[in-house]
Design a protein around this ligand. Structure first.
Ligand SMILES: Cc1cc2nc3c(=O)[nH]c(=O)nc-3n(C[C@H](O)[C@H](O)[C@H](O)COP(=O)(O)O)c2cc1C
Length: 410
């Protein structure tokens, strides 16, 4: 994939070096286009060494290559991180006074801006209007994090961590072939970038990760879920323009930038957060792995080793059934069924029992999918089996699920 990484003149330019590394390490060809101001923060040598390409800020170097038109035309994805208040203003108003803004005017691929600036600049009506204009025209403008800014001050305006930006960018990718058949020589694994924005204006809820049921202050009952499929679902929905709430139980991977995150620990907390968020959503995709059992009581002091420990367990509340019971007409509910055997019968029965629109049957026999980059799933709707993906990337599975949700939404 050809990526243009635009970097404008903010203190967070150093974080773009890590983003560049992550993109390069996953096989993408990255052209860095820094603004003149950005070069005050990180110099040309760093960008050239890390990207393997020469860099320029203006349009009057290597004029024979007509870079101001070519970079935009050849790009599969343009990401500007950090995007300063000034860069957002120039982009929103169609200025073409340097190589980065010229590239933005010629790019027809998806464009992602990751703004970073002081809270006052971010909240200024001029910046709000520029962001609104860019979003209206189809650009993806990431909500900045809230946290420590340049000095001792804190507030919204912080550039999300590069790992989180990278997870969001992966949400734009679909792999055409099963990951297992990937062949770098033929390019069979080259992902395509989705420009679909069919979830703009939709509120979606995704749950991810495994819950932990406390036995005592240091021990818990948990499961092997890494949360990666739910994270990929949240990233893909954000890439398609949705307003995403991600309810994250225990996960072992970075969360996508710009999505609303609610952290939960136990199944009871996951239940409350999911039922509440689903009530106001157009679609809920329940990919978390809640514990089905929890200790009847947990000790508030660490249990000492002494003979046998009899642990009495009780069933946890059924989250999917609760969301299905209160589902409004037009709302779409997707539930996961992780099974080791009797999958298809169980998936059909689960769809009916939970009042779900779609069941994603996940073959977890052997534990191969946990923490892996790929997944094998079968989708069941009211017609029965409608799609099967074997050894697909978790991003591709996520897009197949959103295709089905998008088709089912009124
Ligand atoms: C130390 C320092 C840090 C800055 N950090 C930011 C920032 O985080 N966000 C921002 O919008 N502007 C920031 N600025 C201001 C921009 O550098 C200035 O607006 C510049 O004109 C941006 O140019 P560009 O958009 O072409 O990169 C900073 C300036 C200085 C001196």
């Amino acid at each position: 994939m050809n990526v243009v990484l635009g970097v404008s003149g903010g203190i967070a330019a150093y974080k773009a070096c890590i983003l560049l590394r992550l993109l390069k390490e996953s096989g993408h060809d990255v052209r860095v286009v820094p603004t003149a101001a950005a070069l005050n923060f990180v110099g040309e040598a760093t960008w050239e060494a890390l990207s393997g390409h020469p860099v320029a800020s203006g349009v009057f170097t290597d004029v024979d290559q007509v870079k101001h038109v070519r970079f935009g035309r050849e790009a599969d994805l343009v990401v500007v991180a950090p995007a300063t208040a000034d860069l957002l203003a120039r982009a929103a108003h169609g200025r073409a006074d340097d190589l980065l803004t010229s590239t933005l005017l010629t790019a027809t691929c998806p464009v992602v801006f990751a703004p970073a600036m002081h809270t006052e600049m971010w909240q200024h009506p001029a910046t709000r209007a520029n962001v609104a204009l860019l979003r209206e025209r189809g650009a993806h403008v990431v909500e900045p994090d809230s946290g420590r800014l340049t000095g001792a001050d804190t507030g919204p305006g912080r550039l999300p961590e590069p790992e989180s930006l990278f997870v969001l960018l992966k949400g734009f990718l679909r792999h055409p072939a099963p990951l297992r058949d990937a062949d770098p020589r033929t390019g069979a694994d080259a992902p395509s970038v989705t420009g679909r924005r069919d979830l703009v204006g939709r509120k979606v809820v995704v749950s991810a990760g495994g819950t932990r049921e406390p036995i005592d202050p240091v021990r818990f009952i948990g499961n092997h879920s890494s949360g990666r499929q739910g994270i990929a679902l949240a990233a893909a929905a954000a890439a398609r323009g949705a307003d995403v709430t991600l309810i994250a139980a225990h996960v072992d991977a970075p969360l996508p930038a710009g999505v609303r995150v609610e952290r939960v620990a136990t199944t009871a907390e996951l239940y409350d957060a999911t039922v509440e968020a689903a009530a106001g959503a157009d679609a809920a995709v329940l990919a978390a792995a809640p514990a089905d059992f929890t200790p009847k009581s947990s000790s508030d002091r660490k249990l000492k080793r002494k003979g046998d420990l009899d642990l009495a367990l009780t069933s946890t509340p059924d989250i999917a059934a609760a969301v299905g019971r209160t589902k409004r007409p037009g709302q779409v509910l997707v539930v996961f069924a992780a099974e080791t055997h009797d999958g298809p019968e169980h998936a059909r029965a689960k769809r009916e029992a939970k009042n779900a629109d779609l069941v994603v049957l996940n073959d977890v026999s052997g534990g191969a999918v946990f923490g892996s980059a790929e997944n094998s799933v079968t989708l069941f709707d009211e017609r029965g089996e409608v799609d099967a993906l074997a050894h697909a990337s978790k991003e591709s599975v996520a897009h197949a699920i959103w295709d089905a949700v998008s088709a089912a939404l009124p």
